[in-house]
Design a protein around this ligand. Structure first.
Ligand code: 6GU
Length: 257
């Protein structure tokens, strides 16, 4: 997968060299480049923002540097911009998907992470201040799919940290990144429920015992225990997730729990 990130703070992305994302990059599974938006400014002050039309507090990111950045990063390998409906070209090239982190976006989720992990090319446009001039997104949408995405109902200074979060969620879904693909199937949010608690050695620690069933070797009872704990936890912490379960997903034993 190819990923381009555009920001006025490229230093924010140093953690993408570390750990499993770093390994995915050095192993060739993830071709990720961070770009400084000011590369596409031409005045001595390398200006990227200006005052908002209509008045109000703060500054808005001007469209010109963003337009040039997206022209450069979303261009098909040949040169000439796409002409087929949907922005593709006759040789099978598909336009990238543009993601714009903003508190006004659609909510990020594990489902969206799976969708993004199936894309060939993502571009992240990190806004700062009060946001990016809307015409940048409207124009980009005539050439490529554009998704404004939010992490949740709170406000960050800018999109950079949101991109770190999204890239971590997406990279771990790329084929070959996780050694044990089974861990993807069992984890929280994989089946609309939170995962049960986990334990390791020693069997007793500071007077707290590992639940006996987990040491019983009875795989049927262990699976049932995990399912019950999963339901209890989800009902207590995330009643919205219980309400969203498909009607046929609870069995008789579940309902009794
Ligand atoms: Cl994606 N960006 C910003 N600036 N604030 C946020 C957010 C994103 N998600 C929640 N708050």
């Amino acid at each position: 997968m190819r990923v381009d990130i555009v920001s006025i703070f490229p230093e924010y992305f140093a953690p993408l060299d570390l750990s499993l994302i770093g390994k995915a990059r050095s192993g060739g599974l993830l071709d990720l480049t961070v770009h400084d938006l000011r590369t596409w400014t031409y005045d001595v002050h390398r200006t990227v923002d200006d005052t908002p039309y209509g008045g109000g507090p703060g500054m808005v990111m001007r469209p010109e540097p963003w337009g040039e950045a997206l022209d450069a990063l979303a261009a098909p390998p040949g040169a000439a911009p796409g002409s087929l409906p949907g922005g593709g070209t006759a040789d099978g090239w598909r336009p990238p998907r543009l993601l714009v982190p903003t508190p006004t976006g659609v909510r990020f989720s594990q489902a969206l992470a799976h969708e993004l992990a199936a894309e060939q090319h993502l571009i992240f446009a990190c806004g700062r201040y009060e946001g990016i001039d809307q015409r940048v997104l409207d124009h980009a949408a005539t050439r490529m799919p554009v998704t404004e995405v939010s992490l949740g109902d709170y406000v960050l200074f800018g999109g950079e940290v949101a991109v770190l979060v999204i890239m971590e969620a997406v990279t771990r879904l790329l084929p070959g990144v996780l050694g044990n693909a089974g861990s993807l199937d069992e984890e929280s949010h994989a089946h609309g429920l939170l995962e049960a608690p986990v334990y390791t050695k020693p069997p007793v620690w500071r007077g707290h015992e590992v639940p006996a069933v987990l040491r019983s070797g009875d795989h049927g009872r262990i699976a049932r225990w995990r399912r019950d704990e999963s339901l209890r936890r989800t009902a207590a912490r995330r009643p919205d997730m219980i309400a969203a379960l498909p009607g046929d997903s609870l069995d008789k034993r579940d309902v009794a729990t």
